[in-house]
Ligand binder design. Structure first.
Ligand code: GLV
Length: 325
């Protein structure tokens, strides 16, 4: 008998077909979001699950899923999963690193350019018929070329963002837990600085850290006050890394020129004040969402699940100790 697995949200048909070759698949192609009791009920007899970043996997859920052996997240971030609780329960956890780096970096640049050059505001102006013709001081924005790009978090995605800055002839400053190797930093024209210096010098600050207790409100009122006046903040990492209420205040007071945000605290709810701010570009957590990349993420998660339940050694295992439980 094939092991039973659950796919919590809609995925591409060929991913389901691949999974069906190995498992008895419970799918949710209707894409109805599963609340915690529904997820618990659907998972109670399953050996594995393909989760998305909105599915919470914690000790309570695991307690009702005695057969569960693998949780494979369709995301590189895994703050929706209590990995320690999974390890204690002998449940393998995997994510999808690598396949989304370029698309996420591309989208970060979409936010940088749209925010600095006020693309969305200008588009809205035209659509409401407000354009009365060219004039010199219309939609004056911030130059991106030669501006100083600050990157907080210099992992795979942060580095891809830095690589793209070379074309805009930008000096790059970064701060990260670990320093890049000198040859990597040199190739990316990137210099390591303290967090305080990063905040003070960046014209455009882009965040690329995971969301953990240590990064909760990493950019809050104090940090926003240290940012260069007139700077731009970009967050395509995770909601919660930025204190959205503090950001709203900094934007409303005009201390920052703008923000480009793909992620929010309490998604899908937004801080309502963000909606009223013209100098903010808002997108619904789609930085990795090119057709090719979302497919690659889902397929990688599926391959992780097959490997987890057949060999016990999936390629993107986050908690090797789980397999000894
Ligand atoms: C998207 O936000 C991801 O973590 O993959």
């Amino acid at each position: 008998m094939k092991p039973k697995i659950l796919v919590t949200r809609e995925v591409f048909d060929d991913v389901l077909e691949y999974l069906a070759g190995h498992f008895e698949v419970g799918a949710n192609q209707a894409d109805t979001p599963m609340d915690p009791p529904t997820l618990a009920r659907r998972l109670a007899d399953k050996a594995g699950v393909l989760t998305t970043l909105v599915d919470r996997v914690d000790a309570d859920l695991l307690a009702g899923c005695p057969r569960l052996k693998a949780v494979c997240n369709i995301a590189v971030g895994f703050n929706n999963i209590d990995v320690a609780a999974c390890t204690r329960a002998g449940v393998m956890v995997t994510n999808t690193p690598g396949v989304l780096d370029d698309s996420t970096a591309d989208f970060t640049w979409a936010l940088i350019l749209a925010t600095a050059r006020r693309v969305v505001e200008a588009d809205a102006h035209l659509r409401r018929g407000a354009w009365k013709g060219w004039h010199l001081k219309q939609f004056l924005g911030l130059d991106v070329h030669h501006a100083t790009l600050g990157i907080l978090g210099f992992g795979r995605i942060g580095r891809k963002v830095a690589r793209r800055a070379l074309g805009f002839e930008m000096p790059v400053l970064y701060h990260s837990r670990r320093r890049a190797e000198p040859e990597v930093a040199r190739a990316l024209n990137a210099s390591f600085v303290s967090k305080e210096e990063l905040l003070a010098r960046a014209d455009i600050l882009s965040l690329h850290v995971p969301y953990t207790p240590a990064t909760h409100h990493l950019i809050g009122r104090a940090e926003l006050a240290l940012m260069k006046p007139g700077a731009i903040l970009i967050n395509a990492a995770r909601g919660g890394v930025v204190d959205d209420a503090a950001l709203v205040a900094a934007l409303a007071e005009g201390r920052l020129a703008g923000a480009g945000l793909d992620v929010f605290e309490n998604e899908p709810a937004l801080n309502p004040a963000l909606i009223g701010l013209p100098n903010v570009v808002l997108t619904p957590h789609i930085a990795s969402s090119s057709a090719a990349t979302r497919h690659a993420m889902a397929m990688l998660a599926a391959r992780n699940l097959v490997a987890a339940l057949t060999t016990g050694n999936p390629p993107n295992l986050l908690n090797p100790k789980s397999t000894c439980a």
